[in-house]
Design a protein around this ligand. Structure first.
Ligand SMILES: NC(=O)c1ccc[n+]([C@@H]2O[C@H](COP(=O)([O-])OP(=O)(O)OC[C@H]3O[C@@H](n4cnc5c(N)ncnc54)[C@H](OP(=O)(O)O)[C@@H]3O)[C@@H](O)[C@H]2O)c1
Length: 244
């Protein structure tokens, strides 16, 4: 299996690399930090491809896909894990950081999808997995702009799934709850049902190897938030207001 992980330098992306390499996969490791990717590759025996680039740069994403195509005869899976997160509150948003989060989290996903699709379409097979979040299900308080990018990712992945029907391309979306990584270290509130990255990634791999379009966990949190989403707005907003 040839798997391209974008956002492989830290957190769940790095853990995905470790667990997938342990299952015998050949990997291409992407993120911005070349040094962290090289260290990871060394830990994994040095036999994988290190392909650093910034997902915000559409040309760099296209070049990365083309470079990979010169080295691999097939691409079995692309897993997009890259994201930025900074906790902020309305009225005190850092607008430069807000733009960065939007550009990387959702703009980066568009850039990578567009870069990988020609190859996947040419093959008529392969998986395209996009990491959203349970934070995208509802407009939770104090979650912007990150949550908006994850809601956009859920919408984008659904369109992509429908458009790719019949092409052989297997589109998936991943919605983790709280996972203890560098990303959530910034949170100063209790994170319900927070998981270590090892357990979260085991769920992701099992989900991506299964049949369901969406991989979501832990169910105690994800199902609660899914039910919240389908409640009438006047009920949902009352529940959300209690979280403020
Ligand atoms: N942790 C959670 O509780 C949680 C919950 C739900 C969903 N998620 C999602 O899970 C995914 C992984 O998150 P994580 O918790 O593992 O975070 P993390 O440890 O901060 O890892 C994020 C990864 O994204 C890469 N990245 C960031 N900006 C990039 C850019 N411009 N270009 C290329 N790569 C970039 C980072 O590498 P560089 O800095 O080297 O570029 C890093 O490898 C994200 O999509 C996140 O939104 C996380």
């Amino acid at each position: 299996m040839n798997i391209w992980i974008i956002g492989a330098s830290h957190g769940m992306g790095a853990e995905l690399a470790k667990q997938l390499a342990g299952q015998g996969a050949t990997l291409a490791l992407s993120a911005r930090s070349a040094e962290a990717l090289n260290d990871l590759n060394q830990q994994l025996g040095g036999k994988h491809i290190v392909l650093p680039f910034d997902v915000a740069d559409s040309v760099a994403a296209k070049n990365a896909a083309e470079t990979l195509q010169q080295q691999w005869t097939q691409l079995d899976s692309v897993i997009f894990m890259a994201a930025l997160y900074t906790p902020m509150k309305f009225g005190a948003l850092d607008l430069i950081e807000t733009q960065k989060i939007i550009t990387v989290n959702i703009g980066g996903a568009f850039n990578v999808v567009e870069a990988a699709l020609p190859w996947l379409k040419q093959q008529g097979r392969g998986q395209l997995a996009l990491c959203a979040s349970v934070a995208g299900y509802n407009g939770l308080p104090f979650s912007q702009p990150y949550a908006a990018t994850k809601a956009a990712m859920l919408n984008m992945a659904e369109s992509l799934y429908v458009e790719m029907a019949g092409t052989g391309i297997d589109v998936r979306v991943i919605c983790p709850g709280f996972v203890r990584t560098r990303l959530t270290e910034k949170n100063d509130f209790p994170m319900p049902f927070a998981m270590p990255p090892e357990a979260a990634v085991a769920r992701i791999i099992k989900g991506l190897q299964g049949k369901s379009y969406e991989v979501h966990f832990p169910k105690r949190l994800s199902v609660f938030l899914k039910v919240l989403r389908i409640l009438p707005f006047f009920v949902r907003s009352r529940i959300l207001k209690r979280l403020v």
